[in-house]
Ligand binder design. Structure first.
Ligand code: CO8
Length: 373
């Protein structure tokens, strides 16, 4: 058995930013258009009038101040409200592969490795660009990697579930060097026309390199243990899928073909589930929470993270103990905890213990206990 370690991480950040103010301006223009276009039906009580959004509400309810997106124009066009991506030929790399490769190259550079040294690629994300061939295999080709690749989808928990799979394979010796990459193009499936959720998500890609600790070329984080758990819930759901055209309304523009959630219920049910999961994982490892120097939590809502941090540590976390990045990136699904890890881990001292934790649709929760070495 070998000891697995995270030896490098990388983040691809799109160049387009949408502030809450810009988002609300375009959303409110969409609402005004919608209400005029549907004035008769609204007056007859057949259609509900849409209400304006507010930048103050968004910040207060979520802690989000802005988000990055691959295409800003389409999202902010009040007559469109989703991104424009050009059609690529089958001979070009897909858009997920393109942003994944950027994050992978940064992670490999941090680990002092090249793509040829990788023998496993896991593309772990909330959505895949196509059904097959696996996006991971295209990324494998782009990296010049050997071995094999496969896709994984556990929604917001995809990164930690991917880390568990890769770390277990390194531990057993079936692979030597893995990349777990999370290209999250959330703008493609967010319902930007729904006031309740239009502010939640942003685009990004993250990657981590996992290999034997004994092979590490520089500072690294030993992966002591991982824990994954799932429990079925319909409170975060997307009904889009390959059987869509078989149904009576075929490819109609239906609300349930985009991200849907009951945000209040998610908040109430997931916070205790995650806090209990982290505490149980720590206890099983014979560690107490006061040994935790840092928690890199999933980035969905600042209030959620404040609750979880307080419950796990038994006190209000001190500045820097639980870094948030969602004010800048919004919720980037599986990539959120890895952005936080990548940006806020270099300063840790040897021997410091940290915990990466993601949670979301499924419900799903995954935790990874690491030690700086
Ligand atoms: N502007 C102004 N007012 C608003 C707005 C708005 N934009 N939206 C809602 N309101 C109003 C509501 O109508 C409501 O009014 P009233 O009280 O009169 O009914 C009031 O404000 C309060 O609304 P909410 O109860 O909805 O507000 P909350 O305080 O609960 O905040 C949140 C809403 C921010 C959504 C919060 O509930 C939350 O963050 N919950 C947790 C969500 C979460 O963690 N979800 C995880 C999803 S991510 C995941 O698992 C991955 C899925 C796959 C990836 C998807 C890629 C796209």
């Amino acid at each position: 058995m070998y000891t697995p370690a995270i030896t490098g991480s990388g983040v691809f950040t799109p160049s387009n930013v949408i502030t809450n103010e810009e988002l609300v301006e375009s959303f409110n223009a969409h609402v005004d258009l919608f209400n005029v276009e549907n004035a008769e039906a609204i007056a007859a009580g057949d259609v509900t009038a849409k209400e304006h959004s507010s930048a103050e509400f968004i910040f207060k309810a979520s802690g989000i101040e802005q988000r990055y997106v691959l295409d800003k124009e389409g999202v902010l066009d009040p007559k469109r409200m989703y991104p424009h991506f050009r059609q690529r030929s089958d001979d070009e790399p897909g858009i997920m592969t393109e942003i994944a490769l950027d994050a992978c190259h940064k992670a490999l550079a941090a680990a002092g490795r090249t793509g040829e040294e990788v023998d496993l690629v896991i593309c772990a994300a909330s959505n895949m660009e196509r059904a097959y061939p696996a996006v991971a295999i295209e990324i494998q080709q782009g990296l010049g990697a050997g071995g094999f690749g496969f896709d994984m989808n556990v929604a917001c928990s995809s990164a930690t579930f991917g880390i568990q799979a890769a770390a277990d394979m390194v531990r057993s010796g079936s692979i030597r060097c893995a990349i777990v990459v999370n290209p999250e193009i959330t703008s493609g499936h967010l319902e930007w026309r729904d006031r309740d959720c239009h502010f939640i998500f942003g685009d990004v890609a993250t990657a981590v390199v996992i290999e034997r600790a004994e092979d590490a070329k520089g500072d690294h984080f030993i992966v002591h243990s991982t824990r994954c758990a799932t429990q079925f819930s319909n409170n975060i759901r997307n009904n889009n899928g390959f059987l869509r055209r078989t149904r009576p309304d075929g490819v109609a523009d239906r609300r349930d073909m985009q991200f849907m959630q009951n945000g209040r219920k998610v908040f109430k049910e997931v916070v205790p589930m995650v806090s209990a999961h982290i505490l149980a994982h720590m206890e099983e490892e014979g560690r107490s929470s006061d040994q935790l120097s840092r928690m890199w939590l999933h980035q969905a809502n600042k209030g959620m993270n404040d609750f979880i941090g307080k419950k796990v540590l038994g006190r209000v976390p001190e500045k820097g103990e639980q870094p948030n990045i969602l004010q800048d990136y919004a919720n980037t699904s599986s990539a959120g905890s890895i952005i936080a890890f990548s940006k806020y881990s270099d300063d840790m001292a040897k021997g410091d213990i940290g915990l990466i934790c993601s949670f979301g649709a499924g419900y799903s929760v995954g935790s990874v206990i690491v030690e700086k070495a």
